[in-house]
Design a binder for this molecule. Structure first.
Ligand code: F0G
Length: 454
């Protein structure tokens, strides 16, 4: 267990507050046992997500002060375009207000009813946009990807044989693109290897299918490649990113995660693909030089993209997460291994082995963690899956409680506090009961759904 060292110092702080156990119980009841519906005044450590919650650098904040307010032709846009060119190597840039907006534009431009989109794994918003366009997501991960206790360094790999079979079965004309998600979010922030990306790209290219790369967590995936794939042990993060991008036709990202900013973008060197997306940009997002972002966000992302290639920044979240995971493992708490990016993930099916998936173990555990600690995590299990067309629950492959570690936000003592409380709760796990829906939205129900104890 390596103790991570922070290569930054704190310049500005925000006061936080630890509500009493009675207040926490009241707050989670009012929130319908859904951590999304808690107010932050009732939260001690906000580990819901790393999205838009990473600490920004002094250089990012400085850049925001000099942003160029213009509807069209803003200089801020050209700074972002320069960063995209230098860091990612792409000539054409389409800004979007966040990652899911980029997904919407891609689905709008390329997915037709009846199409299938092969992926290493789905992300909630990605799947929603493919579904809404009339397409279907096919998850073609390798055997072992869903084993939560594992030593496989690259559980985010796509299975090349399954990709070949999908192409043979559906035909090239029904596959608008293949999507690879860096540091695959819903299976526990697990990376894919460079070797795998190269193999997948070769198969896709052979059939003229574009490869779409979701780079929301690109710097983490690059860091894991450097740490875990011998070919890259002496490479810089920038060199790994450059090599990754050689295999990519369309790149997109949420700017809220690796880039430690807000917003999102799509980038490519393929003029034809760019021109297929461009007309939709002002329809849904805004003019092509701001795409729904404030110019301050554009500036912050321009700096954040460059900073995410710095070794100590690329490693900052991942090293804290590794420490968090190893500490919980020491305490006997079932967690996803190897440690990934984004978060420490608790395996709710192993934590609550007697609770059926129909009672939402990950949802119940996320609520219990909050009651026990004031730490707000996020359910990533069956609650995060919408019902099928017949109205049945779709049991999730995994039931995870995600305790996100936003980059450079919390300290070691915060992590130790969370470990201590989760360990305490594990000792009392027989007291945790299941949940049922009392209010359930039809799409992405995890955001606004309200539940109650069974
Ligand atoms: N792709 C991935 C891999 C993501 O993790 C996210 C967001 C998106 C796309 C959508 O981007 O939020 O900017 O619209 N993940 C956040 C999370 C919400 O909490 O994991 P967005």
């Amino acid at each position: 267990k390596v103790i991570p060292i922070e290569m930054h110092k704190v310049k500005i702080v925000q006061q936080t507050n630890l509500p009493s156990a009675a207040q926490r119980l009241e707050a989670i009841r009012e929130a319908g046992y859904n951590t999304f519906l808690l107010r932050t005044r009732d939260v001690f450590l906000d580990m819901l997500t790393d999205s838009g919650t990473n600490a920004m650098s002094d250089n990012q904040l400085g850049a925001m002060m000099v942003s160029d307010e213009a509807y069209a032709g803003s200089e801020s846009f050209y700074k972002l375009a320069d960063s995209v060119k230098e860091v990612l190597g792409f000539q054409y840039l389409l800004p979007a207000h966040q990652g899911r907006a980029a997904e919407h534009l891609l689905a709008k431009a390329f997915v037709k009813p009846g199409d299938v989109v092969p992926m290493n794994y789905h992300f909630t918003t990605t799947k929603a946009h493919v579904d809404l366009a009339g397409g279907k997501v096919l998850e073609i991960f390798k055997d072992g990807a869903l084993e939560t206790a594992s030593s496989n360094p690259f559980k985010g790999n796509m299975d090349p044989d399954k990709l070949k079979a999908v192409i043979a079965q559906y035909g090239v004309e029904h596959i608008p693109y293949v999507r690879m998600e860096a540091t695959t979010n819903l299976i526990g922030g697990q990376p894919f290897s460079m070797a795998n990306l190269r193999e997948i790209k070769a198969i896709a290219s052979q059939h003229g299918i574009p490869l779409v790369f979701d780079g929301s967590l690109i710097s983490e995936n690059a860091y894991f490649i450097q740490q875990r794939e011998p070919e890259f042990k002496d490479a810089t993060i920038q060199q790994v990113i450059t090599e990754l991008m050689k295999n990519v036709d369309i790149f997109y990202m949420s700017g809220r995660k690796s880039a430690a900013a807000r917003g999102g973008l799509i980038a490519t060197n393929n003029k034809k693909l760019y021109e297929q997306i461009l007309p939709w940009l002002p329809v849904y997002e805004g003019f092509s030089t701001y795409g729904g972002m404030s110019t301050k966000e554009v500036e912050a992302m321009a700096v954040g993209l460059r900073e995410m290639t710095i070794q100590s920044i690329a490693s900052s979240g991942a090293d804290f997460i590794a420490y968090f995971v190893r500490r919980l493992e020491e305490e006997g708490v079932p967690v996803v291994t190897p440690p990934g990016g984004l978060a420490c993930h608790i395996d709710a099916m192993r934590f609550l082995p007697n609770m059926p998936q129909a009672q939402y173990p990950a949802g119940a555990l996320a609520a219990a963690v909050y009651i026990a600690s004031g730490v707000r995590g996020m359910e990533r299990g069956t609650v995060s899956m919408d019902r099928d067309e017949q109205g049945n629950d779709v049991p999730s492959d995994l039931e995870l409680v995600r305790l996100a570690v936003p980059r450079r936000l919390y300290t070691m003592s915060h992590i130790e506090y969370a470990v201590d409380r989760v360990k305490w709760l594990y000792g009392l796990r027989n007291l945790i009961g299941g949940l049922q829906f009392v209010e359930e939205p039809p799409v992405l129900r995890f955001f606004f759904g309200r539940m109650a104890p069974i």
